[in-house]
Design a protein around this ligand. Structure first.
Ligand code: ASP
Length: 345
């Protein structure tokens, strides 16, 4: 499978970075999840109260955007109301931990991304086990990343960027959404490919990171097309490349990292929905059916296409496909991260 070999390439790249010790600088803002529902043991009356969708990153960022896109059509299918809550911090692990400990009644649902598969290898006291503490509802989408910089940043191309950061490693700042976030992993791949160690600036999500990038407070970062497309098209940021093997239709002028001379920098960000372990199976099934309906919604397909992505096929919006993906990714990233010696302390 192409994705496995892609991550093998990533493994080789990250392994080459050597032993890096990183400190988790993001802290959660707390917040409570909806949870505590009285929905009963099965799906019969479900939902009979608001469902909380927890986003473990800041409002306005890419995970938040995808969540809000599917929340409305899912709520319509379920015949209830969905409230989106941002529980940020530590690369998405604060929000994930809250959902792991929430009532297993289907009223607290987590949207998470690739970070679900990287955190166990990065954090010593994670406080939850992805495969044991959650039920998987289904996969949602897989999103390309882009390498973007403040618009007055000197390097003009990706190759120029590599040359520039090597010469200015002590000055250049690289934003991310905390250890284990997609932006952090992509930034690691970039630094490995370029052979540099840069000063990283962690945020609680790439929503605020992008705001600072546009404002010129940080130099560059990797982020999903679901967050950067608008600013790229409007010329508010400088875009160097997209991190997938093919160009993104909505950003046709943007070269791939391979075309731009950095084929090692290849990563995309899968997303899935989770509920706490012990959630009744018929409730999980109902959520999965609602997810499938949302992903087939033409408005969702169109919105995603505008932002450089697409819903997963219906057969992947299932607990089985999601579990298989998570199992495969946990194994892949455990090895990559162990080889690299990267840790959040
Ligand atoms: N996309 C971000 C990341 O993982 C997180 C976010 O959604 O803000 O880097």
């Amino acid at each position: 499978m192409r994705r496995i070999s892609r991550y093998r390439a990533a493994a080789r790249m990250i392994a080459a970075i050597g032993v890096v010790s990183l400190v988790a600088a993001c802290s959660g803002n707390g917040g409570t999840t909806g949870g505590g529902g009285t929905g009963g043991a099965g799906a019969g009356g479900y939902p009979d109260q608001n469902i909380t969708f927890v986003v473990p990153f800041s409002a306005g960022g890419p995970t938040d955007t995808v969540t809000r896109m599917i929340a409305e059509p899912m709520a319509a299918k379920l015949g209830g109301k969905i409230v989106v809550q941002n529980v940020e911090g530590a690369g998405g692990t604060v929000g994930a931990g809250e959902v792991a400990r929430a009532q297993p009644d289907g009223y607290t649902v987590l949207m998470h991304h690739i970070g679900m598969s990287t955190a166990p290898a990065l954090y010593q006291d994670l406080g939850y086990k992805p495969l044991e503490d959650f039920e998987m509802v289904g996969l949602v989408t897989e999103v390309p990343m882009t390498v973007v910089a403040r618009k007055d940043f000197a390097p003009a191309t990706l190759q120029d960027l590599v040359t520039y950061v090597k010469a200015n490693a002590d000055k250049v700042t690289l934003a991310n959404a905390g250890i284990g976030a997609a932006s952090h992993l992509c930034g690691l791949l970039f630094q490995t490919a370029a052979g540099v160690k840069l000063q990283e600036v962690p945020y609680e999500g790439t929503g605020p990171a992008l705001t600072d990038l546009v404002g010129g407070q940080v130099d560059f970062m990797c982020d999903q097309t679901t967050n950067t497309s608008g600013q790229i098209s409007a010329g508010e940021v400088k875009a160097y490349a997209v991190t997938t093997p093919e160009r993104v239709k909505s950003l046709p002028d943007l070269p791939t990292t391979a075309e731009a001379g950095l084929p090692q920098l290849e990563v995309s960000v899968w997303h899935g929905l989770y509920v706490p372990k012990g959630t009744p199976q018929d409730v999980v099934q109902k959520l999965s059916e609602a997810l499938k309906t949302a992903l087939a919604d033409q408005a969702v397909i169109d919105q995603m296409a505008k932002l450089g992505t697409a819903p997963v096929p219906a057969e992947d919006a299932t607990p089985q496909a999601h579990r298989a993906k998570l199992e495969e990714q946990l194994g892949t990233w455990a090895k990559v991260i162990a080889d690299a010696g990267v840790k959040a302390s």
